[in-house]
Design a binder for this molecule. Structure first.
Ligand code: LLP
Length: 465
């Protein structure tokens, strides 16, 4: 067995005082332990959920999603009111979208941001009013744009000169008037993983600030398009306000210049609000962020002598991330010795990169806890790995888990509500897990799990009657 001071542990990883504790920033507010030590979410034990639905299983805490949606709406409403304007919050559906979740967030007063024809259809199937949808994407097809205009999508966020011409042709043909925002690149590189940062210059999204004025002029010339403002999204999993403040400052310079030629009633500053994945992450409360970001915009407007525009934000991860907990069953446990007393325990679970690609894609860190009972052993440096055929198939890179974790135990990985199911695949022909909503001691399937038959159903070489 390896000691907790094993040097394979990264500097940030803290040996927990109690291997069974559930750090509050990482778990849904309803998470706790039952009398027999099992993890409970919204009044249901992980054991009962696993017995009912099998593993792996993504559990989504409905109250957590709703309360975060409400917190965002209230925080931005209040911050905007303090500066004489209004704010809309769009839930970024790419984080996780199903009809049920779309209805929850809309019931809590949010709008919905979609970025493909598929996401658009989910929102429409959920009964979300088309007028409260924002439609994103750097390569929206003619068919997707036509559908969006025809159903009356509230705002299309234009990403390229070619898209402007596509929309000109569609609105000329249908006679519709389409509200559009223009997505710009502010040049701010948010402090996050490179792949997640979207507002530095060398990337595919939006218009460089220098080109945006011409794009807006072209839009203002097209009778079927109603230019309402600029959009900028600087990245994802961002802590703090510095990036938002700097980006707003640069975008406001263009916003002010555009006012010379016509109205610019809106400004959308995107999403990207970070969440805690491990006990050392310490995200700023949304009330503070909203207050500081809106104040920065108001200051920038005051300095330019212009009115504060109506504001919009697009949080995805911060609404659903912490509401999700993935439950796995442990299959094998191996102690791997690397010499000089260094080593770690590899704990293999029955899912992996097919249900959570984030560690493999971004080197993302997660945490884990024993979920079917209390651990009684000492904290052991562990790596939770999946069942896929590659060594990068890591679920939790570094965690201290009790050294009595054994085959048949359940492990729970928190903060998997965002960008896990969305990015899931059938790699190695592994079926994607069910997604189950929990609330007040009740559970409901909101997305059914795949079967092997589902996975084989597209193989045209299998003889079928
Ligand atoms: N608005 C726009 C235009 C976006 O591109 C995104 C995310 C959001 C809003 C929502 O960002 P959020 O609040 O969720 O950070 N798969 C990556 C994240 C990709 C984010 C893509 N765009 C991950 O797993 O970390």
């Amino acid at each position: 067995m390896h000691s907790p001071v094993d040097s394979l542990a990264p500097d940030w990883l803290v040996v927990p005082d109690d291997v069974n504790e559930l750090p509050t920033a990482v778990w849904p507010a309803s998470a706790g332990r039952s009398d027999d030590g099992a993890l409970m979410i919204a009044g249901i034990t992980a054991t009962e959920l696993a017995q009912t639905y099998g593993t792996p299983l993504l559990v989504l805490d409905e109250d957590e999603v709703r309360s975060r949606a409400r917190a965002f709406r209230t925080a931005f409403d209040e911050a905007a009111a303090d500066h004489g304007t209004t704010a809309q919050v769009y839930y970024a559906g790419k984080a996780f979208l199903s009809t049920v979740v779309a209805r929850w967030v809309v019931e809590e007063g949010l709008r919905v941001d979609v970025c493909t024809g598929g996401e658009l259809e989910v929102a429409l199937a959920a009964g979300v009013a088309a007028s409260s949808l924002g439609f994103h994407g750097n390569n929206k097809s003619l068919a997707e744009l036509t559908r969006a205009v025809e159903v009356g999508v509230g705002t299309i966020i234009v990403d390229s000169a070619i898209e402007i011409e596509r929309l000109a042709a569609i609105t000329a043909r249908t006679g519709a008037t389409q509200r559009v925002l223009v997505r710009v690149i502010s040049g701010v590189h948010a402090e996050t993983h490179d792949f997640l940062a979207t507002a530095h210059e060398d990337q595919k999204f939006g218009f460089p600030l220098a080109d945006a004025e011409a794009a807006v002029a072209r839009i203002r010339d097209i009778p079927g398009l109603d230019f309402v403002g600029l959009h900028c999204h600087i990245g994802s999993q961002i802590f703090g306000v510095a990036g938002f403040r700097e980006s707003a400052e640069r975008v406001l310079e263009l916003h002010a210049a555009l006012l010379d030629e016509g109205p610019v009633p809106h400004l959308n500053l995107g999403g990207g609000f970070g969440i805690a994945y491990t006990s050392v992450d310490d995200p700023t409360p949304i009330e503070t962020l909203a207050g500081e970001i809106v104040a920065a915009v108001a200051e920038g407007c005051a300095a330019r002598g212009i009115a504060v525009p109506a504001l919009s934000f697009e949080p995805g991860r911060a609404i659903v991330g912490t509401a999700g907990v993935t439950i796995y069953e442990v299959g094998t446990v191996k102690d791997v010795e690397l010499g000089s007393g260094f080593g770690r325990t590899y704990i293999s679970v029955d899912g992996g990169m097919s249900d959570n690609a984030r560690p493999a894609l971004y080197g993302a860190q997660f945490s884990a806890r024993l979920a079917s009972r209390l651990g009684v052993g000492a904290p052991q440096l562990s790596r939770v790995v999946g069942k896929h055929c590659e060594s990068g198939d890591i679920v939790v890179d570094h965690e201290y888990l009790p050294d009595d974790v054994s085959p048949g135990d359940l492990l729970a990985v928190p903060a998997t509500g965002a960008y896990c199911a969305s990015l899931a695949s059938n790699y190695n022909h592994v079926p994607r897990p069910p997604i189950v909503a929990v609330r007040d001691g009740r559970s409901t399937v909101i997305v059914r799990g795949e079967t092997i038959a589902d996975v084989l159903s597209r193989d045209a070489g299998i003889p079928r009657p």
